[in-house]
Design a protein around this ligand. Structure first.
Ligand code: COA
Length: 322
């Protein structure tokens, strides 16, 4: 029996930090409102000449180093992003070239903020079936590029960053199970209402930006997240007490707290980085994971529960023995 395990993690945040005080200067908002409603204090924003692939490369190199593998042994790259460098080739292919890897399968996954959980699930299945032995899984975003900086309802929430993991074949279970869902009926709650094949002109010159029904999304998020956590626990025949760390998508402190309350989970067992990172979409979970691995909270052998929701709507969870 082949299993998959996370062999190493890495992450990267662009240098530029935008604080709530900075945002007070460009939209009608206050530091107090942003902290109270979202828990966000600051976010990192990519430089004008810095792309998603740049952020992904830094995170990937750190994960490769942490895992102690040679880049040449990577035989699959799965990269989750909503903000690819180009329409094509995929950012995964651009990253492959940067890392000097040739020949292996490389592709992007688009599931917005659930992207990393989707990507991890796909890599896990490749490894378990023997189709790959060493996968690089990345969540990377320059999400602030699709933000309308004059819309106070959205611009205060998002940030840029990247996180990566190496998923290796193993004799004992690491990734225990993954659970993916989507429901396109809720597409209108969070979207960029233009793309390559629809309203392309909006993308040229005028920009096409995130629109969000924050209130409705909040309620759907709390319900779907507690549901997906229960699904993952039930599938593995365990209770929430068995989980060492919940590593949620970092959208909003209040969503994380409401989900934890529903699950009966105390704050001390949740990794929260939303205050410093904001919502970095597909990058948020691998970023939070890497922060907690490097500061020593997450240790080998511990049970981690990752959960996310995002545009689509999509949502998913992964139970991982680290
Ligand atoms: N600064 C100050 N006031 C703001 C503001 C800002 N940045 N953004 C909105 N407001 C105002 C609204 O205009 C509204 O004013 P009104 O009552 O005069 O109309 C008021 O604050 C309350 O807005 P509301 O949307 O009800 O606030 P909220 O408590 O629901 O918080 C969110 C807003 C966006 C923080 C919250 O709904 C949320 O987190 N939703 C989920 C978003 C999310 O996670 N998206 C990503 C999914 S992956």
């Amino acid at each position: 029996m082949i299993y998959s395990r996370i062999a190493g993690t890495g992450s990267y945040l662009p240098d530029k930090v935008v604080t709530n005080a900075d945002l007070e200067k460009i939209v009608d908002t206050t530091d107090e409102w942003i902290r109270e409603r979202s828990g966000i204090h600051q976010r990192h924003v990519a430089a004008d000449d810095e792309t998603t692939c740049d952020l992904a490369e830094h995170a990937a190199r750190r994960a490769i180093e942490a895992a102690g593998v040679e880049a040449g042994s990577i035989d699959l790259i799965v990269l989750a992003t909503t903000t690819p460098d180009l329409v094509f080739p995929s950012t995964a292919c651009l990253l492959q070239e940067r890392l000097g890897i040739h020949d292996c399968a490389a592709f992007d996954i688009q599931a917005v903020c659930t992207g990393f959980v989707y990507a991890l699930s796909v890599a896990d299945k490749f490894v378990r079936t023997g189709a790959a032995r060493c996968a690089l899984v990345v969540g990377a975003e320059t999400f602030t590029r699709i933000i309308d900086w004059s819309d106070r309802k959205t611009c205060v929430l998002f940030g840029d960053g990247a996180g990566a993991v190496i998923v290796e074949a193993a004799d004992a279970p690491g990734v225990l199970s993954t659970h993916l869902h989507a429901d396109g009926r809720y597409a209108d709650l969070l979207l960029v209402p233009a793309g390559v094949s629809k309203d392309y002109q909006k993308l040229r010159g005028h920009g096409a930006f995130v629109r969000m029904e924050g209130n409705q999304l909040f309620k759907v998020a709390v319900n779907t997240l507690s549901g997906i956590v229960e699904e993952a626990l039930t599938a593995n025949g365990i209770g929430i007490d068995a989980v060492d760390w919940l590593i949620p998508h970092q959208a909003n402190k209040r969503i994380i707290a409401a989900t934890a309350r529903k699950l009966g989970l105390s704050d001390e067992r949740i990794i929260v980085t939303v205050a410093e990172h904001g919502n970095t979409s597909a990058a948020s979970i691998p970023l939070a994971l890497d922060v907690a691995v490097r500061d020593g909270r997450v240790k080998r052998g511990q049970l981690l529960l990752l959960e996310a929701f995002g545009g689509g709507l999509t949502w998913g969870a992964a139970l991982v023995r680290y």
